[in-house]
Write a protein that binds this ligand. Structure first.
Ligand SMILES: Cc1cc2nc3c(=O)[nH]c(=O)nc-3n(C[C@H](O)[C@H](O)[C@H](O)COP(=O)(O)OP(=O)(O)OC[C@H]3O[C@@H](n4cnc5c(N)ncnc54)[C@H](O)[C@@H]3O)c2cc1C
Length: 422
């Protein structure tokens, strides 16, 4: 008997992959192969806890193979080295060739630490597990001094009409500055230390609007955290960060989001735009290859680079593939928004829901201890439940509550900053 199942190959991602996989895995029409260069996956939003709160890295991971095989599908633990889009095949590191009917690219972005001179040698980051562990060691031995935190400038291709913000996502910068501030206060060393934050753009947090922005800026002022706009870093030394405009900030501890670009194998395979990100339509379909889809940070439409958008795109990709395979399904509309929980240290957090800069109308911030607990529950569920997010109806309800609260009293901001929000 011939196999009539459609072969879906997913080049791994986390938020991007997980939603596509769980949406298709039960469907007998598809046989799915997942390929990842790694055998475990670490939940990224927990990396600041690894760096600043002694969370053990092993407790942020889950094994990939059992998740896939339990659902009757195939896992290949290798890197993809090339895609031959014209012939619907790809090559993996062991030189095996794999063919597909549909390809889902969810590799995330490549974090180019080498693009900033001295960053790998003298700087630190929370962007992946290797760097979060390295930063945790530094933080443990750090007594007091000058701390500089910010983002490198990333540039984007021109094939899709998405915002071109210089910083891919400044959430981890917000988390780092508040968590370090908290840590130093706890140790009674905040007065001996100086925290300066820089951004390549203007304003800081380009992707959010004035309610949320004023809340964050207001709290930075209260906590005596300095802010420098339009600062494009070009070099990190053992004692400073140097900027494109010739200025520099003294630094004993530099924490930075590196340059984001598309993975090299996508550039070599001529699937990416000028910066290596996959150009797609709003159905997440490649502009040149109709059976290739992209979800997550690797998609050129994903701005800012956020897991919440990757999950939305994963749902769209799964629906689109089912529709292409002849099923009668409605493909969800892509309505980008920012929904994230920003850790502030010691069980406090901000919940942000905002879409004004993305063409919507909400700008909600909700801050406090409950929100900190919510973040912990959310992250732990992701790790224990093998990356599975809360169901969409629950996220929808949560968003409704946030919006109602916002309409009522402009959210729960720290008192000092609520007055400054227009
Ligand atoms: C500190 C921090 C906090 C964050 N907090 C939030 C938050 O609160 N809310 C939110 O929405 N987002 C948050 N984000 C952003 C979020 O983590 C990312 O947007 C999300 O992880 C992107 O998912 P992805 O599926 O695109 O790819 P990734 O999570 O980057 O996964 C990519 C995977 O692809 C694999 N891969 C890459 N290349 C290949 C290849 N050639 N062959 C095989 N496999 C390959 C990698 O091994 C990796 O496992 C945060 C990010 C950081 C760093």
């Amino acid at each position: 008997m011939t196999n009539t199942k459609k072969r879906v190959v997913i080049i791994w991602g986390w938020f991007g992959w997980i939603r596509t996989f769980y949406n298709l895995a039960w469907n007998k029409k598809f046989e799915i192969t997942l390929i990842d260069a790694r055998s475990t996956h670490s939940v990224k939003p927990v990396m600041p806890e690894v760096a600043y709160e002694d969370k053990v890295i092993e407790k942020t991971r889950f094994e990939l193979r059992p998740v896939i095989e339990k659902k009757g599908h195939t896992f290949i633990n290798e890197a993809v080295t090339k895609v031959d889009a014209k012939n619907n095949t790809l090559t993996i590191a062991s030189w095996d060739e794999i063919s597909y009917d549909y390809l889902v690219v969810a590799t995330g972005a490549f974090k180019d630490f080498e693009a900033i001179k001295g960053l790998e040698e003298h700087g630190y980051s929370v962007c992946d597990e290797t760097h979060a562990v390295k930063l945790a060691k530094k933080v443990k031995n750090f007594k007091w001094g000058k701390i500089v935190i910010g983002s490198a400038k990333s540039t984007w291709g021109t094939r899709v009409d998405a915002p071109k913000w210089w910083a891919p996502c400044e959430g981890p910068i917000g988390e780092s500055m508040f968590m370090i501030d908290h840590l130093l206060r706890k140790k009674g060393l905040r007065d001996k230390s100086d925290i300066q934050v820089f951004t390549p753009g203007e304003p800081f947090f380009e992707d959010i609007d004035h309610t949320v922005r004023n809340a964050v800026w207001g709290l930075m002022g209260m906590k005596n955290i300095g802010l420098h706009l339009n600062k494009v870093p070009v070099e990190v030394t053992a004692s400073s960060v140097k900027f494109e405009d010739g200025t520099e900030l003294e630094s004993d501890l530099t924490i930075m989001i590196p340059v984001y670009k598309g993975p090299q194998f996508l550039i070599d395979s001529k699937l990416g735009d000028e910066k290596g990100f996959i150009p797609t339509d709003k159905g997440m379909r490649h502009l040149d290859y109709p059976n290739i889809f992209a979800a997550g940070d690797v998609n050129a439409n994903t701005m800012p680079k956020l897991g919440h958008l990757a999950a939305m795109q994963g749902d769209i990709v799964a629906a689109q593939i089912r529709k292409d395979a002849g099923e009668d399904v409605k493909v969800p509309e892509y309505k980008p928004e920012i929904l994230c929980i920003m850790n502030m240290g010691w069980k406090e957090a901000w919940v942000l829901l905002t879409d004004i800069q993305l063409g919507g109308k909400y700008d909600v911030v909700w801050h406090g201890k409950w929100q900190g607990w919510f973040k912990r529950i959310f992250d732990e569920k992701l790790i224990i439940d093998n990356g599975k997010l809360f169901p969409e109806w629950m996220i929808h309800m949560f968003k409704k509550v946030l919006i109602m609260m916002w309409a009522g009293n402009k959210g729960n901001m720290p008192k000092e900053t609520a007055n400054s929000a227009k």
